[in-house]
Design a protein around this ligand. Structure first.
Ligand code: ZN
Length: 69
């Protein structure tokens, strides 16, 4: 993540390449926008995988406990 100093409120940085952009924009170009969309898609997918792995781990940990009474 890019650290934006609080002393300069009137501009942002492109989240992909870090270029200065105006406040109402999120990215400097459509290329960066597309790149960001791709990253977010991948991140969403890996979040699902993380949750599934967690659930499986919990099940593996708790099912024997439940079976033992
Ligand atoms: Zn950019």
């Amino acid at each position: 993540m890019v650290d934006i100093p609080k002393e300069i409120p009137e501009h942002k940085h492109c989240m992909i390449c870090g270029k200065s952009i105006s406040v109402e924009r999120e990215f400097c170009s459509e290329d960066c926008q597309e790149q960001y969309n791709g990253i977010m898609k991948k991140r969403k997918r890996s979040n699902y995988i993380m949750i599934i792995v967690m659930v499986i781990l919990l099940a593996v940990l708790f099912i024997p406990m439940l079976l033992q009474g």
